[in-house]
Design a protein around this ligand. Structure first.
Ligand code: G3I
Length: 508
C-alpha cells in the first residue's frame, strides 16, 4: 500500500478573486486599471503552481532586496539557516533562531516555505562525522524530529534528504550511509512524517533534471520507497544549470515519469550560470534554459512550482564556487530585472509589462523559389522573425518544412544556397515523419549552429534546396508546407520549435 499523501491547499498561496480579475485584465491587455504587471508568482498561480526564491539571513536587512523578495515570490527557501550546522551545531543543542527569521518573513508576506534541509552530507557540524556509527541513527532521528517538529505548521515541504547520489547513480558516502546503508533515507522520511504529518516530504538532488544514470537511480529509489509504504510526497530537482553544459535531456519526460508514480515534483534551486563576461548568444541561451525549465514544470500537472536559487546576482552562490562564471540569476547586482526575467515572465504567460506583447515567440515566413512544382528539386526560402520581447538563442531552434517524397528513393541531399546569416551556420537534413501524412511523410529540418535573434529581428532569408539522390521528380502541389507565393508571407504550415517545443505553426 502506498502511503503517498495528496498535496493539499498548502501548495500555493490562494490568489484572491479580485486579484485574479486584475490579472486576467493585465494578461489580456484590458483597461488601464490593470496596468501594474502580474508578478512571477501571480503568473505561476494561474497555472496552479508557485514561483519562489531562495533567500538567506544576511540578505534580509537589505530593504530593496527584501521588498522584491516579498512582492515577486510566493514561496521562499532558506539557503543556509535550516541546515544542520546552523540548527544543531553542538549535539543536542538546537538553535532555530535564523530559520525562524525566514519563516517569520514568509508569514508576514503570505509566502510558503520549503524547508532545506534535514539530512545532507554537507554543512554538517564536525560532531556528526565523529560519532561512532552505532550512534548515528539515533542522532539523525533526533535531529530530524526536533527540527521538523519545530517548524510544524510553518514549513509546508521539506527536503528531507538532500543529494543522496553520486553522478553515476551510486549512493554517496556520508556518515548516514556509512552507518545505516540506504536505510537512512527511509528512516529520515519516517521520522519527519512522525514529527510533522502535514508537511510534504521530498528527496532533493542536482543533475537529476533530465533522463540519465543519476535520475534513473533516484527513480529506482523512490519506487522502492513507495512500494515499502515509506512516507514520500515528492522529488526536488535542483536545476543548477550552465549554458556550456547543455540543457537537461528530456526534462519534461523525466519529471513526468516521477509524477506517474504518484509523486509531486518541484524545481527547487533553479539558476543558469554563464562564463563571464557573458556574450549575447550565451545570455539568449540562458533565457531559453530558464524558459524550458519553467515550461517543463508547466507541462507536468504534478510539478508544484519553481524556486530560483536566489533571484539576484547580488547574492548568488555561483561566483564563489565557480570562479569566472556568474550572471546566473533573474535580477542584476543592482536588483534590476534582466532580460532573462522577461523571458521567464513570457514562459509563464505574462506580457511585456503593458503593451500586450508575447515575448520570446518566433514566426516563420516562407516564399517559393521554385517555378516548377513537378521537377526533381524543392526550393523553399524561409525566414524567422522574433515577435517577442526576449532574444531567442538560435541553436535551440529548429524549423520543419513538410513535404512528400512521392515514392522516390529514401536518400536525400540538402543544401543551403544563401543566407545573410552565412550558410555555414545553417544545418539542414531530411527527416522521416513519425506520423506520415499525405503531403507530409518527411520534413526538411533546418537548424542553427550559433547566434541569437533579438526582439523584432529577422534571420533574413535562408534559401534552401533538396533533391532525392535518385533524382526522381516530386509533385509538390500537395506538399503540406508548399505555397506558390514568391514574396514572403507568414507560413503557419511551416512549424518552428524551441527546445523541441512547438512555438509556431500547425503540424500536419
Ligand atoms: O557564515 C559564514 C561566515 O561567517 C564566513 O565569514 C564565511 C567565509 O567563508 O562563510 C560563511 O558561510 C558560508 C555560507 O554559505 C553562508 O553564507 C559558507 O562559507 C558557504 O560555503 C555557504 O555556501 C552555501 C552552500 O550551499 C554550501 O554548500 C551557499 O550559500 C548555499 O546557497 C548553497 O546551497 C546549496 C544547497 O544547499 C544544495 N544545493 C546546492 C546549493 C548550491 O551550492
Amino acid at each position: 500500500m502506498s502511503s503517498v499523501k495528496r498535496c493539499g491547499s498548502s501548495r500555493t498561496r490562494r490568489v484572491p478573486a479580485l486579484l485574479v480579475g486584475a490579472l486576467v485584465l493585465a494578461l489580456t491587455g484590458g483597461p488601464a486599471v490593470a496596468a501594474q504587471q502580474a508578478t512571477l508568482h501571480e503568473l505561476a498561480t494561474t497555472h496552479g503552481k508557485y514561483f519562489g526564491s531562495a533567500t538567506d539571513n544576511p540578505e534580509l536587512p537589505d530593504a530593496d532586496y527584501a521588498a522584491t523578495l516579498a512582492s515577486e515570490f510566493g514561496q521562499i527557501t532558506p539557503g543556509n539557516s535550516m541546515k544542520w550546522d546552523t540548527t544543531e551545531p553542538v549535539q543536542g543543542r538546537f538553535d532555530f533562531t535564523k530559520g525562524d527569521v525566514v519563516t517569520d518573513f514568509a508569514a508576514r508576506n503570505g509566502q510558503t516555505v520549503r524547508g532545506h534541509t534535514l539530512v545532507w552530507h554537507s554543512q554538517l557540524p564536525s560532531w556528526v562525522g565523529a560519532l561512532p556509527p552505532a550512534q548515528v541513527e539515533a542522532a539523525m532521528t533526533h535531529h530530524v524530529t526536533e527540527e521538523a517538529a519545530h517548524y510544524r505548521g510553518t514549513v509546508t515541504a521539506w527536503d528531507v534528504v538532500n543529494e543522496p547520489f553520486n553522478e553515476d547513480g551510486t549512493f554517496r558516502a556520508s556518515p548516514f550511509y556509512t552507518a545505516m546503508g540506504t536505510d537512512y533515507i527511509a528512516t529520515a522520511l519516517r521520522a519527519a512524517h512522525a514529527a510533522d504529518p502535514d508537511a510534504e516530504l521530498y528527496l532533493n538532488d542536482y543533475n537529476i533534471e533530465g533522463l540519465g544514470a543519476k535520475s534513473d537511480a533516484m527513480y529506482t529509489l523512490v519506487r522502492e520507497l513507495l512500494a515499502e509504504g515509506v512516507p514520500l510526497d515528492g522529488v526536488g530537482m535542483q536545476a543548477h544549470l550552465a549554458v556550456q553544459y547543455g540543457f537537461p535531456y528530456e526534462m519534461r519526460a523525466n519529471m513526468q515519469r516521477f509524477a506517474d508514480l504518484g509523486l509531486d515534483v518541484a524545481i527547487t534551486e533553479l539558476d543558469v550560470r554563464v562564463p563571464l563576461p557573458a556574450d549575447a548568444a550565451e545570455l539568449a541561451t540562458q533565457s531559453s534554459y530558464y524558459q524550458r525549465a519553467v515550461q517543463a514544470c508547466l507541462a507536468v500537472g504534478r510539478c508544484v512550482g519553481v524556486t530560483v536559487w536566489d533571484y539576484t546576482d547580488k547574492y548568488s552562490w555561483v561566483p564563489g564556487t565557480f570562479p569566472g562564471e556568474g550572471a546566473a540569476n533573474l535580477y542584476d547586482e543592482n536588483l534590476r530585472p534582466k532580460p532573462v526575467y522577461d523571458a521567464v515572465r513570457a514562459a509563464l504567460g505574462g506580457g511585456d509589462g503593458g503593451e500586450g506583447g508575447d515575448p520570446g515567440v518566433l514566426k516563420a515566413q516562407y516564399r517559393s523559389n521554385d517555378a516548377r512544382a513537378a521537377d526533381n528539386q524543392i526550393k523553399p526560402v524561409l525566414q524567422l522573425v522574433n515577435t517577442g520581447g526576449a532574444a531567442v538563442s538560435l541553436p535551440e531552434v529548429t524549423v520543419r518544412y513538410w513535404f512528400s517524397g512521392d515514392n522516390g528513393g529514401a536518400a536525400y541531399s540538402t543544401w543551403c544556397d544563401w543566407s545573410p546569416l552565412g550558410c555555414s551556420t545553417v544545418t539542414h537534413r531530411v527527416v522521416a515523419a513519425d506520423n506520415p501524412r499525405p503531403g507530409a511523410d518527411r520534413y526538411l529540418e533546418v537548424g542553427f549552429t550559433g547566434g541569437s535573434l533579438a526582439p523584432g529581428a529577422s534571420t533574413g532569408e535562408i534559401q534552401l534546396r533538396l533533391n532525392k539522390t535518385d533524382w526522381s521528380n516530386f509533385d509538390e502541389a500537395d506538399d503540406y508546407s508548399h505555397g506558390s507565393g514568391t514574396s514572403f508571407a507568414d507560413a503557419t504550415k511551416v512549424t518552428v520549435h524551441i527546445g523541441g517545443r512547438l512555438v509556431w505553426g500547425t503540424a500536419p
